[in-house]
Design a protein around this ligand. Structure first.
Ligand SMILES: [Zn+2]
Length: 473
């Protein structure tokens, strides 16, 4: 109690200190300050683990889930990034957390980027039994990171690690394995059978880059490292386990490699998800892959990526003088609706006797998903966000975004360095490109994808406009 009180008072006094330092000549120069914190958001047992087609109860906590926060303050602007161990969190949950963040924290709610890692071993954040813990956890992580603000320096960079990312959508030569629940056959199959003779080629690219930004105290002690890799998740857990997947193992491992496992305040590693809507960790060409024990594969991936980042970390240039800023914009998107042909198909599906042969094993699931779309709103508003840290831009998109979208934004960005955090500030399903919609496959199916077919073009255009605007400020 006393300890907490003292830390809080100290944090409060720190925030009263002038935000600008004086040089020997009396000119004001901006001083970067940074703070980080992590708060436990492990769900109670019995909550439903989501991520597959059929949810099942959590019966074991393998490793705890966290909300991890980095706050930056350049004397003019203050902004925060919060990465949560979850599959995907609805905007209403994030907004509730925003409203809970202390008024004394002097952070504007729209200057906070909140995102889910997309671990598949987590439970729904909006469930009544769990929601208060997620909301309070996020808010406490931000408040604590602000209390922890100290003069800091920051550097960023990227390194390629192509060996752990694979495009999971394949052109296949066999119509049987490319059926869809709408009574048709796609050109592309998600997660095809490994090393199958029908595999032609992947339907899209990968993004091999591990981007990262590293924050140290002014004296050079590691404070936080935020990484970004376009990998859906790794998995390989026991059924019913709660786990933060490779994201948490990376976060711990990078701290060890940077010699930060016992520093005070505690070093916070963070792994955010890039644009991995069509990317996973399975080498579909390889039919002889060895079997891994539970948690072995995710540990291997995390350690490899952490090693890469640590090697590249040695070349970073740190600066105490960087301009930061954040822009958010709401974008209206039209929802997809079934046409008469699709409605007729699902009437037929639902009219079949239970034991009748199915055209596709998930046709009834999609009958329900399509009905939900039909009954739902005609349009939605999605939050987009861009942060700048010097000549680095971080874009935030609330969908499971295809890799090619991220690659395009990186290519066209007016900033020297750019990465994208997906499933940020909301969770709106998959975001394929129009080209990928034509190819079909799971991620493009109505009900898996829910917004207008050219949504990725609108989002890319808007993000690039926001980047240009932020770059001029
Ligand atoms: Zn997923």
């Amino acid at each position: 109690m006393h300890q907490t009180q003292r830390v809080r008072t100290f944090g409060f006094l720190m925030s009263l200190l002038p935000l600008l330092a004086l040089t020997a000549w009396g000119n004001e120069i901006p001083v970067l300050r940074a703070g980080a914190a992590m708060v436990d958001i492990t769900p109670p047992l019995g909550e439903l683990v989501v991520g597959g087609f059929v949810p099942f109860p959590a019966n074991e906590i393998h490793d705890p889930l966290h909300a991890r926060c980095l706050v930056l303050d350049d004397g003019k602007n203050r902004m925060a990034i919060v990465i949560c161990d979850n599959l995907g969190i609805a905007r209403s949950v994030y907004d509730e957390a925003r409203s809970l963040i202390s008024k004394n924290s002097k952070i504007s709610p729209d200057q906070i980027l909140m995102a889910a890692t997309h671990t598949h071993s987590a439970t729904r954040a909006h469930e009544p039994k769990y929601r208060p813990k997620v909301v309070a956890g996020i808010a406490t992580a931000v408040d604590t990171a602000i209390q922890n603000l100290v003069p800091a320096k920051i550097g960023w960079g990227g390194v390629d690690e192509p060996s752990e990312v694979f495009n999971r959508r394949w052109h296949v030569s066999q119509p049987d394995i490319a059926r869809n629940p709408f009574g048709g056959v796609d050109a592309v199959r998600m997660n095809p059978p490994r090393a199958n003779a029908a595999l032609i080629k992947p339907a899209g690219p990968i993004d091999p880059e591990v981007s990262f930004l590293s924050v140290q105290t002014a004296k050079g002690q590691p404070l936080a490292l935020l990484a970004n890799y376009s990998l859906h998740y790794v998995g390989g857990v026991n059924k019913g386990d709660v786990s933060a997947d490779y994201f948490a193992i990376f976060s711990q491992q990078i701290g060890k490699l940077l010699g930060a496992d016992s520093v005070t305040p505690r070093f916070v590693g963070m792994m955010s998800n890039g644009t991995s809507g069509d990317i996973n960790n399975i080498n579909f060409r390889d039919g002889n892959a060895r079997r891994y024990d539970r948690y072995e594969k995710m540990t291997e991936v995390a350690n490899k990526v952490a090693k890469r980042v640590n090697e590249a970390h040695g070349k970073l240039q740190f600066s105490e003088d960087v301009k930061i800023g954040s822009l958010t914009r709401d974008l209206k998107l039209t929802m997809r609706k079934p046409d008469p042909k699709i409605k007729a198909w699902f009437r037929e599906v639902m009219g079949k006797p239970d034991d009748a042969e199915k055209f596709h094993r998930y046709e009834q699931t999609y009958a329900a998903r399509v009905q939900k779309l039909e009954d739902g709103p005609n349009e939605i508003t999605v939050p987009l966000q861009v942060m700048r840290i010097g000549d680095l831009a971080i874009a935030a998109i609330p969908f499971e975004t295809f890799a090619e979208i991220g690659l395009k934004i990186k290519d066209k960005s007016p900033f020297a360095d750019t990465f994208i955090i997906e499933l940020a500030n909301d969770s709106r399903g998959y975001l394929p490109t129009p080209r990928q919609h034509e190819l079909g496959g799971y991620e493009t199916w109505m009900g898996t994808n829910r917004v207008q077919l050219d949504a990725s073009d609108l989002i890319t255009k808007t993000i690039l406009e926001m980047m240009t605007q932020l770059n001029q400020n």
